[in-house]
Design a protein around this ligand. Sequence first.
Ligand code: GLU
Ligand code: ZN
Length: 294
Amino acid sequence: MAFVTRFAPSPTGPLHLGHAYSALLAHDMAQATGGTFLLRIEDIDRTRSRQQWEAQILDDLRWLGLHWPEPVRRQSDHIADYEAALQRLWAKGLLYPCTCNRRDIAAAAAAPQEGAPMIGPDGLIYPGTCRPDTPPTGAIPDGSALRLDMNRALQQLDENVVFAETGSGPEGQTGAIAASAATLIDHVGDVVLSRREFPASYHLSVVVDDAAQGITDVVRGNDLFSATAIHVVLQRLLGLSTPRYHHHRLIRDDAGKRLAKRDDARAIATYRAEGATPDDIRRLVNLPPLHLAG
Ligand code: GLU
Ligand code: ZN
């Protein structure tokens, strides 16, 4: 069966050891099955994305021995695709404009709600301040963020939110993973699908792009495991098929902390400058040498 996967870095900092592991693992899994490894540049964050980081990331990936079919998909080139997806969801009455800023949401979410968790896979769980009782009509208004009405969305789905996990989540979750409506409403909530500055959010663009690139197997860090249910909801609403997911462990620093973008000590560029070889990088993340990986 065809195996098509991708590595999808955001060009907002250097490629570090954690990213390299993700890219190498996806590449090795594709090689092992005679599949395809694709690259995608996730540059929808226009304030933090830099051309110079993109160039450095591509250079580091090539140095690691990875190759991929051209052209590379760059999200900023596909605004029309995201707008089309938003139009479909808007026409179904599932989106609403939200004018809250972070401070408004924090203030409203801080109101005591017994037992309700505050942080979900999309950050603070939106308290619903701007959610209308009936779906908005007319054209999508310019210049405001759009949120998904999660409750209404789930009412429109006639299938369960399930996906196949071939790796494992942070708590070892594997196999068939199901998310209940209650979990999605209370622990995820009305996620942002379009931002004031760019007509897509991470969740929307990743779903549109995985479908556009024909991805059969998503390989990525288990920090994104809990976001996957959101992606499955969007796939169902947009009539897109759900790939298999393979979430992998995160590479941590010596103190056990997750590597951050600013962690320059773990930047691949730093290892390169110090004379490391690509197989040294593979050894550091416990992957077999390149010739064994194919
Ligand atoms: N662009 C995301 C990141 O750099 C990865 C998204 C994904 O693999 O779904 O964290
Ligand atoms: Zn709002």
